[in-house]
Design a protein around this ligand. Sequence first.
Ligand code: AMP
Ligand code: MG
Length: 681
Amino acid sequence: MSTGRVNPDRINADRINDKVTGLILAGGQGRRMGGVDKGLQMFRGKRLVDHVYARLAPQVGGIIINANQNHDAYKTFGVRVVSDAIGNFAGPLAGLHAGLSVSRRPYLATVPCDSPFVPEDLVERLMARLNESGAAIAVATTGGRPEPVFCLVRRSVLESLTIFLKSGGRKVYDWYASLPLVEVDFDDQAEAFSNINTREELASFEAGMTQKETTAAATAVAPVTAAAAAVERLSPPSAAAPTDVVSRDTLARTATRDALARVVSCLDDYDPNALKVEKAREVIRSFLTPVATNEKISVRAALGRVLGEDIISTLDVPAHDNSAMDGYALRHADLKPAQDTELRIAGSAFAGRQFAGKLGKRECVRIMTGAVMPQGADTVVIQEIVQIEGDKVRIPAGQKRGQNRRLAGEDLAAGKPALKAGQLVGPAGLGLIASLGMAEVSVRRRLRVAFFSTGDELASVGSVLKPGEVYDSNRYTLYGMLSRLNCDVIDMGVVRDDPASLERALQTAAADADAIITSGGVSVGEADFIRELLAKLGEVVFWKIAMKPGRPMAFGKIAHAGNEAHFFGLPGNPVAVMVTFYQFVRDALLALSGRTDDYALPLLQVPCTCSIKKNPGRTEFQRGRLARDERGQWSVCPAGAQGSGVLRSMAEANCFIVLEHERGSVSPGEPVQVQLFDGLI
Ligand code: AMP
Ligand code: MG
């Protein structure tokens, strides 16, 4: 490969490239390199950013560098250096936003500062497909996966990006999803997208050169194929595939890396091998990043969604003073305090048809529920207690001023919040929104949850069971539970117990989802290789929780291709999956989906009619059946066999009997706490 076109001093002024500004993203924190400024790290005798600049400059009309520190060091190119406008280190979209805000050319091409082998025809190929397709953004892909920070965008996307960032969005894929996007295949030079995230990676690339290219050492950038060769040579056959050595997660929100280790190290009483239920909940709670992107949808579609913004009332509800009853509207001052009063009926008022005139002295108006109060009237007397004589009504003494009248704005006053951001929209919320005349409402985007079952013994429904196989039921249970929570579900099927398949599945899920749920494979015998795998892909802790059922569980985050997903590794036993889901995952998903109202499941106390054996030292979640006895009193009893694989008793139960950590056996008649499976709304 020739390096003849690489000329850092030549910025094109006369070709299509003049329409393109190149943006080098150097605004990260370089966490995985120990918090250094990555662009300034030395590699083959030059800084990483020098390599990138040299590759990008010939392809564009000018360059901007996005950096959040060491501006002087980046200014050596004599180009504009810009910081993020929305807080430092907020991720690549913040860098893109900063670049787009100052760029004047109609297109902008981005590359990361840690990819020294940027393809020499990157911009040309992205441009060809962008124009051909009319899309707003062209993204390079390798091996079918996007390289999300190697892209070409039209300047016009600035507005959509600004709105996205303002609404709290940070994830590259979320923003991409809102745009017409075209992918451009670069499989022919996949290695050119390699990026250098860690000191080890930096060292392996250096070593690759010293072993093979001593003669080329003085020249600027080594051919990309040499880098790939270096990776292959330096990876022992049993270790990770090349893509792991050269990690692709440039975009990963590295700020959260190591955070889980920090959280658990700060906890008193943290024992991963006998973790109390409440402690596990505490760790999970403190490690969640809720979605922040909003979308506008029609009112009906908002049922079960989380409000993205406060709903501020634009009008008074009700809009006018009106009658709460059928009767007679009158002026209270006309009534005699201690005697009946006779008033003349001046007309009538119906809901939707108001009395046109004004009440004269000692007059009243026949009024129906919901009708606007006539001018001058302040009180309604119900029809049942009056006497009618011709066009006169006799009103008994003892009426209170303002009775049976609803005041304008009594339900909701203009300018006041009717519903708060973070609240779930239920049937009442739908009605309330409609009562304000709103046709659309802003809600958080749905949470994307990917899930799969693991196990060599699992057979899919519809197939014939071979000896030793069981049907995969967990995926159906999970589908049901996730659908009830109104998540977007990504069913990834069954994954075999082999490291390569699991790694692929986890990476695919991590690139796309907000949360990943797996079942099986976290029990003692199986945890080891998964533990190694997960340590490579992200940050995950393994727990033995002091509970029954559902002892083993893993939790953390996994990053891939610029996205980071929360990870819940549930046990394999079907009931343990449901119990751990409801006791840990449910609340976590609701928090992730943006809920800020109180969504804790209520615990109710009822007598238990049976005896239950239990030892103190773990929390038990027995399947129970809450029922009424002949006197109409509610009580509970365990529902059938309690083995952690017995799904049938789960299907027969209608509640969990929650037996607290310290509690011993239960005798008949003792009160216990229950958690209902079904809610009213
Ligand atoms: P594991 O946690 O993978 O050791 O699995 C524990 C038990 O749960 C084993 O008996 C598995 O066969 C069973 N199991 C695991 N995954 C599933 C599944 N998806 N559907 C039904 N049973 C499962
Ligand atoms: Mg298994």
